[in-house]
Each structure stands twice: as structure tokens, then as C-alpha cells.
Write a new protein. Structure first.
Ligand SMILES: Nc1ncnc2c1ncn2[C@@H]1O[C@H](COP(=O)(O)OP(=O)(O)O)[C@@H](O)[C@H]1O
Ligand SMILES: [Mg+2]
Lengths: 300, 332
């Protein structure tokens, strides 16, 4: 990786065009790239609470001793260098790691106070309540309508399916673009539209949390902004946890930011949570020097 | 670009050596391709030439629909009756039965190997299934005749007979009497014989279903079974149809095992437990003692089998193409 490219990527102040932050509940002129905090710094209600979580792939630790509280109704960003365990951590919240052979977890994760790794928990039920959007848009090779209806049909939510599909597509800000071609294949849409279709597909199941793993990294800048815009619209009704390697994005959309870093531990690179605070604070007054170094682009 | 050519004029021109090599290779490839056509053409030509008098004598329609087969013994003229329907029926019914039995197994085995089995079990299992294809069909025939048929298939036939025969309409298929060598016995052994090819293709196409779509379905709370059914099998459907058709083609042409197991009665019956005959089986069973006129009639059966196989293959291709187009449209 060349020095210059990582420099520009990691220096939000320098590289970001001044983007209108579509912050609907603020009337002040917000043209700054860092989202002003609109939330109190104390978390009053948590959707997720990870306590001393370590995740191992075939016995090798990927992340170690993570404590993280995800607040309800807010956008929480997970940032950090590649390989620090952001995706791994995200996937612990809906037990997607269970699908990877040899992946084990220590510690506990509660969802609204309930331990989702308890013995009597059905992972499929967990995933049904917690939506997930992936890095690469992955609609099924079926029609737009069927894509959105997939989850509801899967779970027998067949009453008023048309309404449900429409609501989900409206919720994902895609309805106006596709309402006349619901029968066309979802994969025929543009990349950005496909990703919004995937978001619609997730919210058709009425989850209260949406996990997003670098949802815009495969998209062009305009589609990226559309996704960010959508995330802000969804905020409040849904709690969102978003992984991003794009710090400008974290700064623009999130309320809180968790910075992960990689540490060498007996010759193994292990991810750890360095700092977790209001986004505004992480980006302007980081308390850990590693966070500051990463954000200002001095990090290795 | 322009720089290169100005630096080394003529470097881009074809040298004599390259030109000769290309031409030589082209001729080899061309004649190899042509020879296949020639052999196929000769085969079709000679068999059809021999079969035509039979079709003329018997009447084409009658040849395919009459079930009167009485071999004649003349060297100079036609004296027998050559209605091949009994054999055609036997071929179709054993092949379809084989496919009906083999496809669910092939799908289940593929999903097990690809998605469920632990790695150390998946590989050996896959090899074992492939190994089935290496067993000579005469061995399948002997094994079915002496061991598998009487000890395993027969009790199954008895069970099906006692449970399903009373059902109206479909019951006809399961009526007694039960023959140990029957359509059913041949169909079951054929199913084992075509299992490897269908499994190989089903495994291939189910493995190709995009993993990110599998992840998406899991992410929506789908269970393993739902993922397999709604994402993997749906995505792999055109390929599975293709594999099935290949298996069907193989079953239609299988000769020796069917000849040994189908019954050999030269008659036909609606019951699956009837001991009938098949086209290839009948040729194999009677060829050696056949008089000249009957040899021609047997060749005519061969031509008929070829025609049926071609029709199945063309239909299969059309079907796969159609489904593929629908699926392809969706994937565009
Ligand atoms: N499926 C997997 N099998 C084995 N190791 C994995 C797997 N997924 C991730 N890892 C390892 O876990 C660590 C964290 O990966 P990941 O969570 O993908 O990081 P990030 O998303 O921050 O880039 C990396 O060292 C990676 O090699
Ligand atoms: Mg990742």
C-alpha cells in the first residue's frame, strides 16, 4: 500500500469535500465533516452488551477481551485497520460466526439483556430479529419483489405482503426508483440500488437492529452518500452498528465510534478495542494516542 | 505501441515458423473433428439402411406402437412380426424409474458432501460415489441378479405391493404378481449406476451457488434446511435438470445390466413388478440366435433407441437452455 493513498484515506480533514450533513433535527449550519453529537455521552439503553468477548478462529484469537455497549436507536461505528476484527466483532452480534467452522467465542453478549449465546437460544431466531447488510450487495437472483418478500415468506409473515414489501422499499429509499419494475430481477439494479434493496430486504423483517459490514465500500461516491443518507434516516427507528474502514464515513454518520487496533500477542495479531466514545470526541479529542495516530493518518 | 514498431520494424510480422505450426495444428484439429462426424455418419447411414426395410415391412407406426414381436427365421424375406412397443415401454419405464430414485439421492448426497459432512468425511464419500461409476455394468447385473435383487429389492417390492396396490389409479403400478427380475429391479440397479453422474453434476452446481447469497439467507434467520432449499437448490436448479437428463440418457442406453435384470419376457405390463424387456436388453439377449431378418429387426430397434435418446437429449438441452435463460435473465 502506498504511503500517499493511506495518507489521503486517513486524513478526513484534508480529503473530504465539505458535505452537507443532512442532519434533519438540527437547524444550525452543519457543513462540518464530523457529526456533532446529538446524544448524551452516557448510554441509557443498550441493545447489545458485549462483556469480555474474545473470538477465536480454530483456536487462534482474532479479538480479545472486548467490552462494548451498543446504544439503542443510535449509529455505532466500528473502525480500525484491516484485520483488527471489526467484521468478526460485528458478526458476534447475530451469531453469524457460528457458520464458520472452528470459530468459537468466549465471554457473553446480551441482546436486550438476554444472553444470545445461552444454550437454549436458536441462532436462526437471533438472526431473524437482527438484520444484516453485507459488504458486497448480495441480492438473490430473483425479482425485486421476491427479494424483499424473501424474509417475510421464510417466517410465515405473509399477511399484507404487498404492503410490507412497499414499506420496506420506502424505508430503504428505493420505492420511487423501483415501484414500476418490482417484477424485474434485483441483480439488474445498479450497485447502490442493490445495496438499498438488501437494506429493504433486511428491514422487511422488522428488525430493531441492523448490522452493516462496510455497506458502501463496493459503491461509488454518490451511491455511498445515498447509503449514508439512508442510514441517518433509519437511525432512531433502528439501532445501527456499522463497520467501516472509511473514517470520513464514520465521522459523517455515526453517533459513537469504537476504535479497534491490532496488538501483537505472542506472535499473533489480535484485535482489541482501544477507544469507544462519542464520535465527535473520538475524532476531535481522542484519549488514546493510538486512536489519534490512526485518525490523523500517522498510524502504521 | 507506435514506439515499439518504430524501434523494431517487422517484429510484428508473422514468421514462417509460426505460420506453419498454426496450419499444422489446424489441420490436425480439423481432421479429428471431422472424423467424429464421419464415424457418426457411417453409423447412422448403415444402421438406417438396414433398418429401413423393417420399417417398410412392419410400418413405422406399427413398429413403435404394436407390442406383437415374433421373430422370423427367413434368410431372404420378412416373415415375422416386429412391433417393438414392449421394449420401448420397458426402456422408458426402467429409465424413468431410475431417474426418479436417483435424483433425490443425488441431491441429498450433494448437499451432505458440500455443506454438512465434516471435511474428513466429505472427500472419501465423494470418491466413493465416483467409484460407483467405475464398476462395470455386467458386475452390477450379476450382483443385482444373484444378490441385491432377491435379498433387497424383492422385499421392497412386496412391501410396496401390499401397501400401494389398493390405491386407485396409481395402484396399477404396484400390482402383483411380483417378478424378482422386473422393471423395478432393473430400475433400482440403474438408479445406482446413474447416481455418480447425477451426483457429480449436482455437487458441482450446488457448490457454485454464490456464498454471499447463502450468507444473506442465513442473515435473515434461515435454517440450514431453508438455505439449502430456497437458495442453493433454487440457484442450482437448471444444472440439476441438466445432470438429470444426462443420467436419463445413460439409463436409456444401458444394456447389459438391464438385460440381466428386467425380466426378458418380450411382453409388457403396467405393473412395475412385471418382468418385461428393454430395447437394448432385447438386442443383447436375442442377437446371437437371430436369423438374418430378425437381425435387421434388432438393428431397427437400435435405430429406434438412438432416435429416442436423441429426442431426450435435444429436449434436455432445450429445457436447460430455457431454464438457464430464465435464470440467466435473472442473473443479468
Ligand atoms: N473465516 C475466518 N477464518 C479464519 N480466520 C479469520 C476468518 N475471518 C477472519 N479471520 C481472521 O480474524 C482476524 C480479524 O478479521 P476481520 O474480522 O475480518 O477483520 P476486519 O473486518 O477488521 O478487517 C484476521 O486476522 C483474520 O485473518
Ligand atoms: Mg471486515
Amino acid at each position: 500500500m502506498s504511503e500517499t493513498s493511506s495518507q489521503t484515506r486517513r486524513a478526513p480533514e484534508a480529503a473530504t469535500p465539505r458535505i452537507e450533513v443532512a442532519d434533519r433535527d438540527r437547524s444550525t449550519d452543519v457543513t462540518t465533516t464530523v457529526r456533532q453529537s446529538t446524544v448524551p455521552s452516557a448510554i441509557t439503553e443498550a441493545v447489545f452488551e458485549a462483556k469480555d468477548v474474545s473470538v477465536f478462529y480454530g483456536g487462534t484469537p482474532a479479538v480479545r477481551n472486548i467490552d462494548l455497549k451498543v446504544p439503542k436507536g443510535e449509529i455505532t461505528a466500528l473502525i480500525g485497520p484491516s484485520g483488527c476484527g471489526k467484521s468478526t466483532m460485528l458478526r458476534t452480534f447475530n451469531r453469524m460466526n457460528d457458520l464458520i467452522p472452528g470459530c468459537t467465542l468466549e465471554g457473553s453478549i446480551t441482546y436486550h439483556g438476554e444472553d444470545i449465546y445461552a444454550d437454549d437460544i436458536d441462532p436462526a431466531e437471533v438472526r431473524r430479529r437482527i438484520g444484516m447488510v453485507f459488504q458486497k450487495p448480495n441480492p438473490f437472483g430473483i425479482s425485486i419483489y421476491d427479494n424483499v418478500a424473501f424474509g417475510p415468506r421464510l417466517h410465515g409473515m405473509k399477511a399484507n405482503l404487498d404492503d410490507r414489501v412497499e414499506q420496506a422499499l420506502r424505508g430503504a429509499a428505493l420505492w420511487d426508483e423501483v415501484k414500476d419494475k418490482l417484477g424485474q430481477p434485483g441483480v439488474a439494479l445498479s450497485g447502490g440500488q442493490q445495496q438499498r434493496l438488501c437494506i429493504a430486504r433486511a428491514i422487511a423483517l422488522e428488525p430493531d437492529v441492523i448490522l452493516m459490514d462496510e455497506p458502501a465500500s463496493a459503491l461509488d461516491p454518490i451511491a455511498t452518500l445515498a447509503i449514508e443518507d439512508l442510514m441517518r434516516q433509519l437511525r432512531g427507528q433502528y439501532s445501527i452498528v456499522v463497520v467501516t474502514h472509511n473514517m470520513q464515513q464514520a465521522a459523517r454518520v455515526s453517533d459513537r465510534t469504537a476504535f479497534f487496533s491490532v496488538d501483537m500477542e505472542q506472535g499473533v495479531r489480535v484485535g482489541e478495542l482501544v477507544e469507544y466514545d462519542l464520535t465527535e470526541k473520538v475524532f476531535t479529542a481522542a484519549s488514546d494516542p493510538r486512536t489519534e495516530a490512526y485518525i490523523t493518518g500517522r498510524f502504521g | 505501441m507506435s514506439q515499439t514498431s518504430s524501434e523494431a520494424p517487422g517484429a510484428l510480422r508473422v514468421t514462417g515458423k509460426a505460420r506453419f505450426g498454426d496450419a499444422f495444428f489446424r489441420i490436425i484439429a480439423y481432421s479429428a473433428g471431422l472424423s467424429v462426424l464421419v464415424v457418426l455418419g457411417l453409423m447412422i447411414g448403415t444402421t438406417t439402411r438396414d433398418a429401413l426395410p423393417v420399417f417398410e415391412y412392419q410400418g413405422l407406426w406399427s413398429f413403435f406402437t404394436s407390442d406383437e414381436w415374433r421373430a422370423g427365421f427367413s434368410r431372404t424375406e420378412f416373415t415375422g412380426e416386429y412391433g417393438a412397443f414392449s421394449f420401448i415401454y420397458g426402456t422408458l419405464v426402467t429409465s424413468l424409474l431410475a431417474v426418479v430414485i436417483a435424483v433425490p439421492f443425488a441431491i441429498a448426497i450433494s448437499l451432505y458432501i458440500n455443506r454438512i459432512a465434516p471435511k474428513r468425511l466429505a472427500k472419501p464419500l465423494a470418491y466413493t460415489v465416483e467409484l460407483l461409476a467405475a464398476v462395470p455394468s455386467v458386475v452390477f447385473g450379476l450382483w443385482g441378479l444373484l444378490y441385491f435383487g432377491p435379498t433387497y429389492v424383492r422385499p421392497v417390492m412386496e412391501l410396496l405391493n401390499s401397501t400401494l396396490a389398493p390405491i386407485p389409479l396409481v395402484g396399477i403400478l404396484f400390482e402383483g404378481p411380483i417378478f424378482t427380475t422386473s422393471y423395478f429391479t432393473a430400475g433400482v440397479v440403474l438408479a445406482i449406476m446413474i447416481l455418480p453422474i447425477i451426483t457429480a453434476i449436482t455437487r458441482e452446481v450446488t457448490a457454485q451457488v454464490a456464498e454471499d447469497q447463502v450468507q444473506a439467507a442465513y442473515g435473515m434467520g434461515a435454517t440450514d434446511w431453508e438455505v439449502m432449499r430456497k437458495v442453493i437448490l433454487r440457484g442450482a436448479f437448471p444444472g440439476i435438470v441438466g445432470g438429470t437428463m444426462l443420467g436419463l440418457g445413460r439409463a436409456l442406453g444401458e444394456t447389459i445390466a438391464v438385460a440381466m435384470l428386467v425380466g426378458g419376457s418380450q411382453r409388457w405390463g403396467l405393473s412395475l413388478f412385471f418382468g418385461g424387456d428393454s430395447m437394448a436388453g432385447h438386442i443383447a439377449n436375442t442377437f446371437q440366435d437371430a436369423a438374418p431378418e430378425t437381425v435387421l429387426a434388432l438393428i431397427a430397434i437400435g435405430v429406434g433407441l438412438f432416435v429416442i435418446t436423441v429426442i431426450v437429449n435435444v429436449a434436455a438441452r432445450a429445457l436447460v437452455w430455457r431454464i438457464g435463460r430464465v435464470a440467466g435473465d435473472a442473473a443479468l
